[in-house]
Design a protein around this ligand. Structure first.
Ligand code: BG6
Length: 369
């Protein structure tokens, strides 16, 4: 049931601290080591893999984009992310040394299932990250890492997305531990940060009133752009997808670095642009580059809606509006920065009188190719 919320989506957005906490639960042993018991793949095989390909569709694929940044950084294994339907039909280079990670909420998406089958036919091992127990994709995978988000009813994915990102972090840390890329205390440190995320997600939800208010004011907007860099890029893509799905508004997500290679031509006075700013405590150059992107679009009249970390005063002069999120390590920040964008899309859809839970033309699980 909706538990007092106006829609399942609203409820599921508010379930996210628990979805992340539950996905982390019980996955470290008493010594603090990661113990992903559900990964029944031989450790020697996992040590020998030389490439990971994440296959998924829609929102699940964006969790794969976040996974790429984290897993490459922690494990030094090349990671590709590919839409399952593209992967299946382009004769990909896959062999016994490839680990394919299939990410899916329903476990039934036909495009993803076909990618899993194709990968296994080529000799690859497949780990699926799945929310629905008893579904088809985990049965056809070599191993499964369940996300414990609970049933997701709204067609557009929210809490499953955060749980997928969390599971991908766990997989990355597990591989780093197994392959000796990180010292145990480094892994412990990241796990501690990860365990602190549910309370920070709650904090973002508690601050949600302002983004909802702005969404109601913007109910008649015809186009919104989203810019992000590094892990903020998939967050921008997801923010745009949510707005298309729920509010039927033309929305595009861009890598902020692409701005001058094309998208800046779209900026005209009054154009709303969300910008996801990386932590100033992370890599300096990254933060500075996004700040200068905000300046560039503002100078051309864009209305800048900025998502930034608490204390990042550098954004203030160029922001028409700032949505603050608690401090977190750069790689983990998507668990926070996507939340205002979910709230925005949900509220804007409602303000337009639309059915947030059942957007037109969409199905929760697409079981045909
Ligand atoms: C779409 C849903 O049809 O499928 C999205 O509307 C979802 O919300 C996508 O992200 C992938 O589905 P699944 O079940 O494989 O995660």
């Amino acid at each position: 049931e909706k538990g007092g919320f106006a829609s399942f989506m609203d409820k599921e957005i508010h379930d996210q601290p628990k979805a992340v906490a539950d996905t982390l639960l019980g996955r470290t042993d008493l010594k603090g080591r990661l113990a992903l018991d559900d990964l029944r793949i031989d450790e020697a095989v996992l040590r020998s893999i030389d490439k990971i390909i994440v296959v998924a569709c829609g929102t699940a694929a964006y969790s794969g984009h976040v996974a790429k940044y984290a897993i490459e950084h922690w494990c030094r294994i090349p990671v590709e992310v590919e839409l399952a339907h593209e992967f299946r039909y382009r004769d990909p280079v896959v062999n016994e040394k490839t680990l394919v990670v299939a990410v899916t909420q329903s476990g039934e998406t036909m495009d993803t299932l076909m990618a899993v089958r194709h990968a296994r036919e080529q000799g690859a091992k497949v780990i699926s990250i799945v929310n629905t127990h008893g579904s088809t994709i985990p049965r056809e995978s070599d191993a499964v890492l369940y996300t414990h988000a609970g049933p997701e009813i709204a067609v557009a994915s929210t809490k499953a997305f955060l749980a997928q990102i969390t599971a991908a972090y766990l997989l990355g840390l597990y591989l780093a531990q197994l392959r000796g890329n990180k010292f145990p205390d480094e892994i412990d440190e990241i796990l501690d940060e990860l365990r602190a995320m549910p309370a920070k997600i709650q904090e973002v939800l508690d601050r949600g009133a302002r983004v909802r208010e702005i969404a109601r004011w913007m109910a008649d907007t015809s186009s919104v752009l989203f810019l992000g860099r590094h892990v903020g890029f998939p967050v921008a893509l997801e923010g745009a997808l949510k707005l298309k799905e729920l509010a039927y508004i033309h929305a595009e997500g861009f890598a902020a670095g692409e701005l001058k290679h094309g998208p800046i031509a779209l900026i005209e006075p009054g154009q709303p642009v969300f910008v996801i700013v990386p932590s100033p405590r992370g890599r300096d150059s990254l933060h500075a580059k996004v700040i200068s992107n905000i300046q560039e679009i503002r100078a051309r009249g864009a209305r800048t809606l900025v998502i930034a970390e608490d204390g990042d005063e550098a954004v203030v002069p160029y922001a028409d509006e700032v949505f603050w999120v608690p401090q977190a390590p750069t790689l983990l920040a998507p668990l926070l920065t996507v939340v205002p964008l979910q709230l925005f899309a949900c509220e804007l859809s409602t303000a337009r009188g639309l059915d947030v839970d059942q957007p037109r033309n969409l199905a929760k699980s697409v079981t045909v190719e």
